[in-house]
Write a protein of this length. Structure first.
Lengths: 737, 154
């Protein structure tokens, strides 16, 4: 058989292979919010049991590799009394009925564990009540297992009970059951589709008559086109329209960046059209942004006294009186997320109705931003969440979907906006550029008697409010306010740093630079006092105890939103992971291996990392092996949690060794993976060993907490090997050109 | 018209001869298993086989594939998913976000076809062009070795 596709018939998705996919997406969309009906038992938005026995469970958080679709639905199925292998997972659209859907802050499991268990227990109770009435037996004699209610001899399947259960009142108080699957080794649910190319990411969605757009965005934030000549672009075969998008005015918020869009019949036409645009840009005042000069400004800011944000005792006096002073400055550059899937979104606009398919971490925010941009009501915007080919915080911003919605409205047909790698690296929501200065006072015996930490970086708050030019309390709650210190005098100070680019969240956020500085500095103190780095780390963190705000000397102790009485910041848990990771690595029998250790608490979890580093043929650091111990509290799917730690090591090592976004004349210098380098397989460690420390505590985060200790562990190992201290990342800056 | 055989099926495509194979596969034929990552042959996400050799579809213009045979992730095995690498990938739970994995598997398949018993160095060398931002390299290596061991069995 020969399939002929003619140029005239160029409507995306008419190819034979795509028809099923388009239908599949329509079906998936239709299956979205669960609607009650007589033949269906749907006691809450997450669970739907059909009379035919199908059990559909909604995953309301976005899957971006962290394994959430292999976790939350398992929890619901398990508590419900269903076999997790026998359920259909429905990806939830953006819908307030699901509650918070922001997939960020390593909060999906810890934020919904108890609520979802409760919902599932309620549904199970109703199914048991229905069976008890059918059989005229007491409910206490019945159990729900593998999708059926049993009385020991006979069973009624959930499907057989669905209709009756749907007529029952929803009980307000139910008992939680015993979980059979949670905490066991569970499969990765999407892997079978992913290895055959069947898994659907944003750019894989096909709609009838869909066109494709790429956008030439202002190279400098808040820049705008001064002159656009679209003649050559419009002459490119397949190009349909050139559309100027509204310019962005501060603050950035969840708005799109503006620019000039080229809409074509397919991606190739749109790309060629964009290349043929002649645009003169009016760069605006951020054109002065030069990251090399800015680095020196940040250093100047941390070399002077700043606003005191954490204070215990009189650190300045204690520093002045100390027998010895150790000081060091640390710099971390801007970083980009560089997910393998560049942002993409598809929109269809029909009157006031807007329908969007996108790789989003935040579908409700996206719907709201699109409603604002198009002047329609939020309830008229539906956001369908596809799989994300990596997110890491970038896809919490809805800008790319706003572009798609505007262009679909303009074109009158569905439009996919496709970002390229260059777009992604040059128009990201960057990790901030930071400088930190640490100073410790030591007494004659080498004990730390004073600690001063000065910090300056543009705040993420600046993206939402241009007047913000100091780190926020939220940012300082990531390894500064909540840092355990057995030091009698502590002063943390912040300096001013105005943002000149779009600052956003990157996996583990300000823990990245703050753990790098603190965990490197403690290692420096160990060497300055001839102590073993592990012992010094435990000594500076201090004895096992629970932190409180008064002793910390901070304005808040926010604990990532978790109540301190329920899940306190526990230094003993940090000790346990340090002990475990160093034992795994054979810390006391190093036998010539250069090992570095670092440990950090973030997102209510505790992670220690030991890295073994050697020197490569060109004198570069080589990652040999890593040992990671993590206490994430209760884990639904421990296999995916261990894997997050493994991946976090590579992600963080990639940033530490290679990552740097720099600016010249206000624009990002880097453009693709050749100058924004990623760790590749030959650079990856030969083994990454991960063990979970089971504390029995409530669930903590899993996606992010593995990142912060990695860069300092590598830096500390490199010092052990070479005697050279790396205080400015990356280790291996990529030369220009 | 450009004649090309894709996953065993003959196609005549009326497309710009300069159009990269990637966009022809994705936009014209709806074969979306092959992913766009960088557009400059830097990341390997779009790896397909051209007459059995791994190529980056994002920089392979259609005129280069004229009269030749292309295999994508969708056509790697019959039934789909039955290649020893695909089975090893699922068994080892290799994917995280999964976006790069089609390209990883296509590169690995070409490696095993040429060298059924690769060393760790052979694997690292062959896979160096495929980036995984999630950091799944250790498991990719393990899965390739598992698949190689399975292929060796009589």
């Amino acid at each position: 058989m020969t399939i002929v596709v003619s140029r005239r018939a160029f409507v995306l998705g008419i190819g034979a292979a795509s028809a099923g996919l388009a239908l599949g997406m329509e079906r998936r969309a239709a299956a979205g919010p669960v609607k009650p009906s007589a033949r269906v038992f749907a006691p809450d938005p997450f669970i739907q049991i059909g009379a035919d026995g199908t059990i559909s469970i909604v995953c309301h958080r976005s899957e971006m590799g962290q394994g959430i679709r292999s976790s939350l639905p398992v929890l619901i199925a398990d508590e419900l009394g269903a076999d997790p292998d026998a359920i259909a997972i429905v990806q939830g659209d953006g819908d307030a009925r699901y509650g918070d859907q922001d997939t960020d802050g390593s909060a999906s499991v810890r934020g919904s564990y108890e609520h979802l268990r409760q919902l599932a227990a309620t549904a199970r109770t109703m199914l048991i009540t229905a069976a008890a009435r059918r059989w005229h037996v007491p409910e206490a004699r019945l159990v729900a297992r593998d999708g059926a209610v049993w009385d020991g001899k006979r069973e009624l399947t959930f499907g057989e009970l669905a209709e009756a259960a749907a007529t029952l009142p929803v009980p307000t108080k139910v008992k939680l059951g015993t979980l059979r699957y949670v905490g066991k080794e569970l499969p990765a649910r999407d892997a079978p589709d992913q290895v055959v190319g069947r898994a659907v990411y944003a750019a894989d969605v096909r709609l009838p008559d869909m066109l494709v757009a790429v956008v030439a965005r202002p190279p400098v934030l808040f820049g705008k086109p001064a002159k656009v000549d679209a003649k050559r672009a419009l002459a490119v075969p397949g190009v349909k329209q050139v559309v100027e998008l509204p310019a962005l005015a501060p603050p950035v918020k969840y708005q799109a960046l503006g620019g000039v869009a080229v809409i074509g019949e397919h991606t190739w036409a749109a790309l060629r059209g964009r290349a043929a645009l002649a645009i003169t840009w009016d760069d605006g005042e951020n054109a002065s942004y030069d990251s090399r000069a800015y680095r020196d400004q940040l250093l100047a800011a941390v070399r002077a006294p700043g606003d005191v944000v954490r204070s215990v005792g009189d650190a300045e006096a204690a520093l002045a009186a100390a027998a010895r002073k150790v000081e060091a400055e640390y710099i971390v550059p801007h970083l980009a997320h560089a997910p393998m899937e560049p942002p993409a979104a598809i929109a269809r606009v029909d009157g006031n109705r807007v329908e969007v398919w996108a790789c989003t971490q935040s579908p409700q925010d996206m719907a709201e931003a699109i409603a604002d941009a198009l002047g329609v009501a939020k309830h008229d915007v539906t956001v369908h969440v596809t799989l994300l080919g990596g997110g890491f915080g970038r896809k919490s911003f809805p800008d790319f979907a706003i572009e798609a919605a505007r262009l679909a409205k303009q074109a009158g047909v569905p439009v996919r906006v496709q970002w390229t790698r260059e777009d992604d690296l040059r128009h990201s929501t960057y990790h901030t550029h930071s400088a930190q200065a640490l100073a410790a006072g030591l007494d004659a015996a080498g004990e730390v008697v004073a600690w001063r930490h000065r910090i300056a970086y543009p705040s993420i708050s600046s993206t939402f409010d241009v007047t913000k030019d100091h780190p926020s309390n939220g940012e300082l709650s990531q390894g500064v306010f909540d840092l355990p210190l057995a030091v009698p005098a502590v002063s943390v100070q912040t300096g001013a740093a105005k943002a000149h680019t779009r600052i956003g969240w990157l996996r583990s956020v300000c823990n990245i630079q703050q753990a790098f500085a603190v965990q490197s500095f403690i290692d420096e103190l160990a060497h300055a006092t001839n102590r073993d780095p592990r012992d010094m780390l435990v000594r500076v963190l201090g004895p096992a105890r629970v932190l409180d705000q008064a002793t910390q000397g901070t304005p808040v102790l926010s604990n990532y939103g978790e109540p301190l009485d329920r899940n306190p910041i526990d230094v003993g848990r940090l000790h346990a992971v340090i002990e475990k990771a160093t034992a795994m690595a054979g810390w006391d029998k190093r036998e010539g291996r250069a090992l570095g250790v670092a440990a950090h608490h973030s997102f209510v979890s505790y992670v220690a990392v030991v890295a073994h580093v050697s020197k490569g043929a060109r004198g570069e650091p080589r990652l040999e092996e890593a040992w990671i111990a993590a206490d994430v509290g209760t884990a639904i799917n421990p296999e995916r949690v261990r894997y997050q730690m493994e991946g976090a090591f590579v992600f963080a090592a990639s940033n530490a060794l290679h990552g740097a976004i720099t600016y010249e004349r206000g624009a990002v210098v880097q453009s693709n993976y050749r100058d924004y380098r990623m760790l590749r397989m030959p650079e990856a460690p030969r083994a990454i060993h991960v063990e979970l420390v089971r504390s029995g505590m409530p669930p903590g985060g899993a996606g992010e907490p593995g990142v912060p200790p990695v860069a300092p562990a590598i830096a500390n190992a490199w010092f052990a090997l070479t005697g050279t201290r790396v205080r400015e990342l990356p280790f291996l800056p990529t030369p220009r050109g | 018209m450009i004649h090309v055989k894709i996953n065993g099926v003959d196609h005549d495509l009326d497309v710009d001869p300069e159009m990269p194979l990637l966009w022809a596969l994705r936009d014209v034929l709806g074969l979306t298993g092959t992913k766009f990552g960088c557009g400059e042959a830097l990341c390997g996400a779009c790896t397909v086989h051209l007459d059995g050799d791994p190529v980056r579809a994002c920089v392979t213009p259609m005129h280069r594939v004229k009269g030749r045979e292309v295999t994508t992730i969708e056509g790697l095995a019959d039934p789909p998913g039955d290649h020893p690498l695909q089975r090893a990938w699922v068994a080892a739970g290799v994917p995280q976000c999964g976006y790069c994995q089609a390209g990883q598997i296509m590169t690995a398949a070409a490696l095993l076809a040429a060298n059924p018993t690769p060393s760790d160095d052979d694997i690292a060398h062959s896979m160096a062009g495929n980036i995984c931002r999630c950091g799944t390299y250790v498991r990719i290596r393990a899965a390739i070795k598992a698949a190689a061991a399975e292929l060796k069995k009589p």
